[in-house]
Design a protein around this ligand. Structure first.
Ligand SMILES: CC(C)(COP(=O)(O)OP(=O)(O)OC[C@H]1O[C@@H](n2cnc3c(N)ncnc32)[C@H](O)[C@@H]1OP(=O)(O)O)[C@@H](O)C(=O)NCCC(=O)NCCS
Length: 157
């Protein structure tokens, strides 16, 4: 059975392995278990893992602050893509952000992310969640690919 839960240090080797497969050299640098550890147990970070019978198959890392959150990372094990895992992780992140806003006495906020314009799968995932393109940073990655800055309006239910 698949559950979404907060990541712990015990998940990091599996998550680092997904990083390596998901961000091969060149396009974007993959994060090691050591660098991923910086996001575990942080008050302003929501680090969710999709756990399928004990195996980490996907994760999403976001930083929450005041009335904004930034999606830092989302990836799913190659063999488990197109099952809706990333969409579930992002929906849970936005729901958690809604609760965060409510606790702060706010009614609305914004989610932000940056994505390579040539990462068609990720761009359509984000659009499906409701993120809209706000600006383009030309040749941001130095290899010709642009960065798209996308934003999502979030409201407390
Ligand atoms: C992008 C990524 C996270 C998507 O994960 P996923 O679990 O396969 O995504 P989902 O199954 O939740 O997809 C939800 C929707 O997003 C869109 N989508 C996802 N992957 C897509 C792809 N490769 N091509 C086109 N649309 C895609 C589709 O609309 C999909 O709905 P559908 O399957 O009903 O058509 C995954 O491909 C991945 O890990 N890529 C490498 C890492 C990466 O690029 N991360 C983003 C930058 S940090």
């Amino acid at each position: 059975m698949m559950i979404l839960r907060a990541a712990t240090v015990r998940d990091l080797p599996a998550i680092a392995a997904i990083e390596e497969l998901s961000f091969p050299e060149g396009a974007m640098e993959s994060w090691s278990a050591e660098s991923l550890a910086e996001f575990v147990g942080k008050k302003d970070v929501v680090f969710l893992v999709a756990d399928d019978d004990g195996a980490a198959v996907g994760y999403a890392i976001s930083r929450f602050s005041a009335d904004e959150f930034e999606l830092l990372r989302v990836a799913v094990a190659p063999a488990r893509r197109r099952e809706g895992i990333a969409a579930s992780l992002l929906s849970r992140t936005t729901r958690d952000f809604g609760d965060f806003l409510e606790r702060a006495g706010l009614e609305s906020g914004k989610g932000w992310l940056e994505v390579r314009s040539d990462n068609a799968g990720a761009v359509s995932l984000y659009a499906k969640i409701g993120f809209r393109e706000r600006s383009v940073r030309k040749n941001y990655y130095g290899d010709g690919a642009d960065a798209l800055l996308m934003a999502l309006d979030c409201f407390v239910r």
